[in-house]
Design a protein around this ligand. Structure first.
Ligand SMILES: Cc1cc2nc3c(=O)[nH]c(=O)nc-3n(C[C@H](O)[C@H](O)[C@H](O)COP(=O)(O)O)c2cc1C
Length: 371
């Protein structure tokens, strides 16, 4: 296949796979798609280790990196002073009600230390690019808002394609003004942070506003029919996330993987309960508790993450026990396509099935047109 994107980033199919798991990125890249590693939350030295591994496992094919590099360095403060007592009490009470076990002392220490790491991560954000630029990364994507101007300049000087996510036409226009080479138009069906506009409505609006800058459609795409629809809307390719979470290679929590395999399209919710910003995720006792009007509202970002970091670690650990409160609470980000994720398959198979169904769909439409 050939679109503006396949030429730009050098892949066989215009199918981009976003994943936090390097094995998924490598498998998709090998199969002819384009893998992008999500690296939000990693320190520069950790990122270097991940990218070294990818260099060795992508056979010289390019891959992408999706990072959070703030426009201005702002200390988030891990002192806990921003977290109201009412919220602390609610989280402690929730963990007690669901009988969530404590963490072993060394793990609790590690989780607390990583809360303190938030400051270091923000302060060292500019070093991330220095690490990325030492690897054969062919696309850099800015995870939250337009990338800083100096970074776009440095990326372009190295021939790296720059992309940006947008959940509304105005966001896409801001990305374009910042100098990105492509825009990912991500609809509300998507897993993770998302806006309110559905992919079907968003993509053609962004394509028209971008006036030639290529657009990847994201949100609700897991099959060849959905890919055909995205290209019909004017997208030059698709950007997918959720569908890889139940692949063999994905390091998704095993209990969450099981929940995903059993879930339908109605079992996700756009909720602020996991980061403080609206993010689509599996419905669980966790999202229901935070939605209950009797309980406090989630805090903003990043204070909410600070509030719940230890709770999430405790829940993840306890969820392995069948019938436990932790099992009821555990959840993760996933989009409405979760209803299509029915079995654990290798990432290569998932990609091949998307491509095969896409070809069938195009043939079916051609037959319709032939009358
Ligand atoms: C588990 C998960 C984590 C995500 N984390 C990020 C992230 O760190 N940065 C980012 O740009 N997008 C992130 N996203 C959004 C994806 O990049 C992508 O836009 C979205 O998954 C596409 O919709 P889909 O889930 O319906 O395939 C995440 C999505 C999921 C499912």
């Amino acid at each position: 296949m050939r679109t503006a994107i396949t030429d730009m980033i050098g892949c066989e199919y215009p199918i981009v796979a976003f994943s936090h798991c390097r094995d998924v990125v490598a498998a998709v890249t090998h199969a002819g798609g384009f893998g992008v590693l999500g690296v939000a939350g990693r320190l520069p030295e950790e990122l270097d280790v991940e990218l070294r591994w990818l260099d060795e496992h992508t056979g010289g094919r390019g891959y992408g990196v999706d990072a959070l590099i703030p426009r201005k360095v702002e200390q988030v403060g891990a002192s806990g002073g921003h977290v109201p007592e009412e919220h602390r009490r609610f989280v402690a009470d929730l963990l007690a009600r669901y009988d969530v076990p404590e963490l072993p002392a060394d793990e609790a220490e590690r989780v607390r230390a990583s809360a303190g790491r938030a400051d270091a991560m923000v302060a060292r954000a500019s070093e991330l690019w220095d690490v990325i630029s030492e690897h054969p990364v062919t696309m850099f994507v800015s995870a939250l808002g337009p990338p800083p101007a100096d970074l776009v300049e440095k990326a372009h000087a190295k021939g790296v394609v720059v992309g940006g996510l947008a959940g509304a036409v105005q966001h896409a226009e801001r990305q374009k003004a910042a100098g990105v080479d492509l825009v990912v138009a991500q609809g509300s069906e998507a897993g993770g942070h998302c806006g309110e506009i559905a992919t079907m409505v968003l993509v053609p609006d962004v394509v028209d506003a971008m006036d030639g800058t290529p657009v990847l459609a994201a949100g609700g795409i897991a099959t060849g029919r959905q890919m055909a629809a995205a290209l019909s809307l004017g997208a030059a390719g698709v950007w997918t996330g959720s569908v890889w979470l139940t692949t063999q290679e994905a390091e998704t929590h095993p209990v969450v993987k099981e929940k995903m395999l059993a879930a339908s399209a109605s079992d996700t919710v756009r909720s602020r309960s996991s980061t403080g910003k609206h993010a689509r995720q599996l419905v669980s006792a966790w999202t229901r508790e935070w939605e209950d009007p009797a309980n406090p509202d989630p805090l903003g970002m990043p204070h909410h993450s600070e509030l719940i970091a230890e709770a999430k670690a405790r829940i993840g650990r306890g969820a392995h026990v069948r019938g436990s409160g932790s099992e009821q609470l555990v959840n993760y980000f996933v989009g409405q396509v979760v209803g299509r994720m029915r079995s654990v398959r290798p990432a290569r198979r998932v990609l091949e099935e998307i491509v095969a169904e896409y070809a069938d769909t195009v043939a079916r439409i051609e037959r319709i047109n032939a009358g």
